[in-house]
Design a protein around this ligand. Structure first.
Ligand SMILES: [Zn+2]
Length: 442
């Protein structure tokens, strides 16, 4: 305690926490391992100080940055509640910093109850004797120019359940009730009673009070921005529910797709914004285009041995989220990013002469970016096959030349999918009117 110690108390720990989150994220380990390392090696460094000191005021912003570094979602793809509740959809478990710090202080207030209560009495007597009348009236225990209260005052607030914070206060009330029930059930065993999991129960209650999943509302907005319209709410709920059967890394890949978090040059607002990496003329390197890109749809249909209007392709796999459709989204995510991060091999500058100036010395050229679409398609198919093997997804053998050249797919072609069957009868495949060409498969 003392003047200007708020930042000083946390400076080293916050630096260590942020540095570890950055290092873990930069190493790009598998997502489950990244989250495990983050929980164990980054969040844990804050717990010791948090037992006696209130967290810094900007802890939410600091945690948000760390979560982005670990999970590699685009900015604001999910809310903080979304990142911390990924495990409810089958994704990795990420510990909440705020709930961890609060639970640590609550546990410390119980563990050291006898000590800090005696210190608090002594401090109150001293404050009543030496503080100004105004400070005594406000019941502060330290002079006004100190920017933090004494840590025994923080422990007292924790012990009382932070009455000024309604959500946390309710969570602490639930925790106290649970602990009382647990203590009475283990009354005959003092050893067990002495080891009540105070911090674990407090964390669970504070977490569930602060962070409720809000996936549906955010998904609605994201799909609206990508597809131009959002599917019905029950369909989105079905799609999110179906993720629980997938592996954690697949859940993350699918979530990054549905929540518009592909690392496209347009999404990340890069200085050099590329065109469609599969060669659609005039179309941008962005997920809203790839969601209905006729060329990427054609490549996937070749691999899966299904027509381009297969319902599993619809609305980025949310229209009919069966197992194959979800695996396809996961493989598409992986294959696109392999192409994206080797795009310098496929994208080149093309110079076009601007007619109307006959003077050779003053000839003008327009510069546009063009794509070697056959090369990027090869890369996409190879990466898709590798990802499909890992996901146990059956794929067809595709060799070049392809049954139809990518050039046969004009960029303006719409690529619809069949609606889902509504009755018992499953409609026979038929070509959509004015849509993508029908290709022989198998
Ligand atoms: Zn395209």
């Amino acid at each position: 305690m003392g003047p200007a110690v708020r930042d000083f108390r946390w400076k080293t720990q916050i630096q260590k926490y942020s540095s570890r989150a950055y290092t873990i994220g930069k190493a790009h380990p598998p997502i489950s391992l990244a989250c495990y390392l983050y929980n164990v090696q980054a969040v844990s460094v804050l717990q010791y100080v948090a037992q006696f000191t209130d967290p810094p005021e900007d802890i939410n912003a600091i945690e948000q940055v760390a979560l982005h570094r670990i999970l590699h979602f685009a900015t604001n793809s999910l809310t903080k509640s979304g990142y911390l509740n990924l495990h409810t959809l089958g994704g990795p478990m990420v510990r909440s910093v705020v709930a961890t710090l609060r639970a640590a202080m609550f546990a410390a207030s119980h563990r050291f109850l006898a000590c800090w209560q005696a210190w608090l009495r002594q401090l109150r007597l001293t404050a009543d004797e030496h503080n100004f009348c105004r400070e005594i009236g406000q019941r502060t225990l330290s002079p006004g120019f100190w920017d933090t209260p004494p840590f025994v005052a923080s422990l007292e607030a924790a012990y009382e359940g932070w009455p000024s914070e309604p959500i946390v206060s309710i969570a602490i009330t639930r925790t106290s009730e649970a602990l009382r029930t647990m203590a009475s059930s283990t009354r005959r065993s003092p050893a067990v009673r002495a080891k009540l999991p105070v911090q674990r129960i407090a964390y669970k209650n504070i977490f569930s009070g602060l962070y409720q999943p809000d996936f549906i509302n955010v998904l609605k907005r994201r799909l609206q921005s990508v597809l131009g319209s959002s599917p019905a709410e029950n369909r989105m709920q079905t799609a999110l529910h179906s993720l629980k059967s997938r592996k954690p890394h697949e859940v993350i890949q699918i979530m990054r797709t549905w929540y518009n978090s592909w690392a496209t040059t347009h999404r990340f607002k890069e200085e050099l914004r590329l065109p469609c990496l599969f060669g659609c003329l005039g179309k941008p390197d962005s997920l809203p285009h790839y969601a209905s890109c006729p060329r990427i749809r054609y490549l996937m249909s070749l691999m899966l041995g299904v027509p381009t209007w297969w319902p599993g392709f619809g609305d980025l796999g949310t229209r009919d989220p069966n197992e194959t459709a979800l695996k396809n989204v996961s493989c598409m995510y992986y294959a696109y990013h392999v192409v994206r991060f080797s795009s310098s091999q496929y994208v080149y500058e093309m110079y076009t002469h601007i007619p109307g100036d006959s003077s050779e010395s003053q000839q003008l050229f327009s510069t546009t970016l063009s794509v070697k679409s056959d090369d990027s398609a090869r890369c996409f198919l190879g990466a898709y096959r590798a990802s499909a093997l890992m996901a146990d997804l059956m794929v067809q053998s595709v060799s070049f030349p392809l049954p139809a050249s990518l050039g046969d797919f004009p960029s303006h072609a719409s690529c619809p999918v069949l609606p889902l069957p509504t009755g018992e009868e499953i409609p026979a495949p038929r070509p959509p009117q004015g849509g993508c060409p029908i290709m022989p498969f198998g």
